[in-house]
Design a protein around this ligand. Sequence first.
Ligand code: SF4
Length: 359
Amino acid sequence: MNRGTNHNSKLHQKILSGKRITPQEAITLFQWDILDLGRAGDARRRAVFPKEEVGFIVDRIINFTNVCEAGCTFCAFHARANLIEPYELTLEEIYKKIDELVNLGGTQVMLQGGLHPDYTLEKYITMIRSVKEQFPEICLHSFSPSEIVYIARKNGMTIFEIVKTLKEAGLDSMPGASDLLVDRIRKQVSPKKTSVEEWRAVMQALYENNMKSSATMTYGMGETNEEKIEHLNVIREVQDETGIIRAFIPWSFSPARTRMDDMLPATGIDYLRIVAIARIFLDNIIFFQAGWLTEGLKLAQLALAMGANDMGGVLMEEVVVKATGIKTETNAGEIIEIIKNAGKIPVQRDSDYKIIKSI
Ligand code: SF4
């Protein structure tokens, strides 16, 4: 495999000139030397975000239930994986967790559950309303496209109507929770979650309701390089159409303790390659989060030199990734040190990527 330098290639010149590259060109980047690729990724980061600031947000994920009908093979969190007893948090338990976050200066809550067969639309409305009543200053960046499609189906309502209803209850924005936007893989690992078309429909509904979102990428589930680019291409198209994607967040699938535990996990180089290729390809997204949660703080720090420009959240009490056996704890102090040590300027930001304070 040729991994030589590519400094003089036409594609390298095209990337440095800031021009959009095609999916076919993106596939050839998998053959590039990792340092060349990283430098090109960083150059494209500077083209859309010339500052050396790296943001982070003080937030909390609250996994309010692990009861989920979907039973995705890559998930160790849902109750039927038999690793965590089925549970549901009460509203009082949710308030207590948000209170702890607010006391730490936190600004964002990600309420995340599963496809719970007994949860009604009314239950979601009550959860959102009551949280917003108790904590009006907190940004609720919560739920997922799969939950929206599931609720819409159960209630005989359109995706647009569900998004509108949740927004009226107080929902501020919704994570893109994209997994891998390739139907061949989705049919294998998560057939009960949204199809690619349904995911796109939720993003369109968020756009029509004037709400923001994000896009993620879970790779290492047996997809080809062509399918990795297919995923990125869906995101680029949706962002061209809507402009609602505030950030892109890639992470590798952790097979340990899932029903796919015979697979080898993706490596650190695979991760850095994805960060750089995605940064080059997704020319319409400004913020790229370095995935400390799945890749560890040290690898996330390296990603800051290859196209990433945000460290995401401190994510108090994450449970979903933790279920795969990965250590998932950090704090603002540790993230600030990682950013400074990378030669960057740490900034605490809000959910809209506006700076709350420079550190
Ligand atoms: S990934 Fe989400 S939808 Fe799939 S089983 Fe886990 S909790 Fe349910």
